[in-house]
Design a protein around this ligand. Structure first.
Ligand code: SAH
Length: 273
């Protein structure tokens, strides 16, 4: 999988990508990321990428010319058709399901079957276009395969959205996150929030705790009983989702045990009501 990111602020992309899991994956060649300075695709002496909007009004608009030239150069360089993602608050909402689709993996972590309605885009050469100012000249949308928004708020540029999209997709690719089970367990991966985690020490006291008992790790996690731990984690994941994000449950893929836990928990709340 390759990513080409087009931006007027390459440093905003390069520096975050140098660190952490994604940085390691790039260094290991698990994914190929190139950052392109939009200004290097201008033809004028002042390397201008924006212009005033037709019809008047505030702000500046990204010109189509430099972006079209950038796309042509990237396509020639990659030697295959591009999947062009335009970052925009007007786009379809980027979710874990969208990340799975772009990564070409199913919710369970395996490859998406060819008959799946959310088939992976293949061959996979993504371009992420980072907008600035008032956004893109509308005609740039014609060269975009899709338009994605990372949420209902407006940022000053597409660099953070591009990093968000790249990061969420990259960590789903085989080998990027060391333990694939941890990715499969993550919040949203099957429509459930993740279960709570604890690490040492087993009991914790701190100055502001006055009068309260020491904060302890749930006993079951110290029991060494793996069947019980598994069951406890499932219950916590289902209970948390029911409490915090009941909207997710409608689209969740629950196994029989989880369905039973959910029925039980719902029964308990119904009785209380
Ligand atoms: N006037 C535009 C917003 C421009 S914000 C509008 O109302 O639609 C400038 C750039 O920041 C956009 O072109 C886009 O690349 C990026 N951006 C801002 N908010 C975003 C969001 N929620 N998701 C994805 N990209 C966003």
């Amino acid at each position: 999988m390759t990513f080409d990111i087009v931006t007027i602020f390459p440093a905003m992309i390069e520096q975050p990508l140098a660190a952490g899991i994604v940085g390691r994956a790039i260094a290991a060649g698990l994914l190929d990321v190139k950052v392109h300075d939009l200004r290097s695709f201008t033809t004028d002496r002042h390397r201008v990428v924006d212009d005033v909007p037709y019809g008047g009004g505030p702000g500046m608009v990204l010109k189509p010319g430099p972006i079209f030239r950038a796309l042509d150069a990237i396509e020639a360089g990659r030697g295959r058709p591009l999947t062009v993602v335009l970052t925009s608050p007007q786009g379809r909402r980027f979710t874990q399901a969208e990340a799975q689709r772009l990564a070409g993996v199913s919710a369970g972590g395996g490859p998406v079957s060819p008959v799946s309605p959310v088939s992976p885009v293949s061959p996979v050469s993504y371009v992420l276009l980072c907008g600035r100012y008032e956004g893109f000249d509308e005609r740039i949308r014609e060269r975009a395969t899709e338009e994605l928004s990372i949420g209902d708020y407006v940022l000053t540029g597409g660099e953070l959205p591009a990093l968000v999209i790249l990061d969420a997709v990259a960590r789903l690719l085989p080998g990027v996150v060391g333990d694939e089970q941890s990715v499969a367990d993550d919040s949203f991966s099957r429509g459930l929030l993740d279960f709570p985690q604890y690490t040492r020490p087993a009991t914790l006291t701190w100055p502001g705790q006055a009068g309260r008992p020491p904060a302890s790790v749930p006993k079951v996690l110290l029991s060494g009983n793996h069947a019980q731990i598994r069951r406890w984690r499932k219950r916590e994941a289902v209970a948390r989702t029911l409490e915090r994000r009941p909207d997710l449950l409608a689209g969740a893929t629950l196994d029989e045990e989880e369905q039973e836990i959910l029925r039980e928990l719902k029964g308990a709340t119904d009785e209380r009501d």
